[in-house]
Design a protein around this ligand. Structure first.
Ligand code: ADP
Ligand code: MG
Length: 340
């Protein structure tokens, strides 16, 4: 009897996760939140524990021909910390799984770990364990992070309210433009190894791609301002995709103003050079690891003077209607493009 075969691409990443976890239910009373947010939530009694895992795979998430191992190590920790930040939490411990081929020297792995150690220092987390294996293909890195958050400060994805202000930290699209520039320079180099990379004046966007920061600074500043977001997610897949998660899980819509989207000058110039629309990069470029969050209108005074935070729109009661108000005063639906 022929077994039925479904292509993974038919379901997509989120469809696959949903399907694999059908019928799975949490039996333990302290498992407060399972799949569906930036991290799992575990009741520790006086506070919540947060637990999350992210994988980085050579050839899928990074290209070692232009990705320095030290930066890669830093990024592996930072993107995990970002998921704790997105719960309004504080990261505490990480474990690190790596699989290596014999292509790597001890010195190379040490370089990777130097980056991880630098990130652990920056984000004040302890690296407390992991696993090491050989790999027949490329480099594989899996990091898990444990964090903590006070029970009355946790921010989920599914609790945005109509009327809330929609805010984002930092700027958007830079990591994607940085990647496209690196890919372009690689092609140029492969075609003519005598060519030198042309990346002067592009340091910021390159850094956005190679060495992203988790926005723990924003988590601390929001706390200092007495502001608890009503919902939050980190922008890993692109503003459009992550905003759609926030809206669908909260049962609300959103209106985003094109002229409010924070785009750095290097991102803008790089996009123009690459023939990519800067707004497309801001909406659909991934890996910025900024925080996308909502606050009640009454909290506007608490955030309005923070230069790291932009109010880009507001939430509406029109479920799943997620619109961009363009500079030309049109309203167009925001759709997730999804990168492979
Ligand atoms: P993020 O981008 O914030 O890291 P993901 O999009 O990777 O989140 O994952 C969405 C949700 O699905 C998370 O709650 C995550 O824990 C869960 N998830 C992802 N992959 C799996 C898996 N293989 N098994 C169970 N849960 C998963
Ligand atoms: Mg996340």
């Amino acid at each position: 009897m022929a077994e039925s075969r479904t292509e993974i691409s038919n379901l997509g990443e989120f469809g696959l996760i949903k399907r694999l976890n059908e019928g799975l239910k949490n039996n333990l009373p302290e498992s407060i939140k399972g799949i569906g947010d930036d991290s799992a939530v575990i009741d520790l009694g006086t506070e919540f524990g947060l637990l999350s895992t992210d994988i980085l795979l050579e050839g899928v998430h990074f290209d070692l021909s232009f990705f320095p191992l030290k930066h890669l190590g830093y990024k592996a920790i930072a993107i995990n910390v970002s998921d704790i930040a997105a719960m309004n939490g504080v990261p505490r411990q990480v474990t690190v799984g790596i699989a290596l081929s014999n292509r790597f020297s001890v010195e190379a792995v040490e370089e990777l770990y130097e980056g991880m150690k630098a990130a652990c220092k920056d984000f004040n987390v302890d690296l407390v364990g992991g696993d090491t294996s050989s790999s027949l293909s490329g480099l594989f890195i899996s990091v898990s992070v444990f964090g903590r958050v006070a029970k009355d400060r946790i921010t989920y994805r599914n609790t945005a309210k109509a009327g809330d202000l929609l805010c984002v930290s930092g700027d958007l699209g830079g990591a994607y433009i940085g990647l496209q520039l690196l890919v372009r320079e690689k092609q140029v180099f492969l075609a003519d190894p005598n060519m030198q990379p042309q990346l002067d004046g592009k340091e910021y966007v390159i850094q956005r791609q190679l060495r992203p920061e988790a926005r723990m600074d924003v988590v601390y500043e929001l706390a200092g301002a007495g502001c608890i977001p009503t919902s939050m997610i980190d922008v890993s897949d692109g503003l459009a995709s992550d905003l759609l998660h926030l809206c669908s899980q909260s049962g609300v819509g959103a209106l985003v103003f094109e002229d409010k989207l924070p785009i750095d000058e290097q991102t803008y110039m790089g996009a123009v050079e690459l023939n990519i629309g800067p707004i497309t990069a801001a909406l659909n470029g991934g890996e910025d690891y900024e925080l996308l969050f909502t606050v009640p209108q009454s909290d506007y005074d608490k955030i309005k003077n923070n230069p790291k935070i932009s109010v880009i729109g507001y939430m509406t009661d029109k479920k799943d209607e997620v619109l961009l108000h363009t500079k030309g005063d049109n309203r167009v639906p925001i759709t997730a493009q999804g990168w492979n």
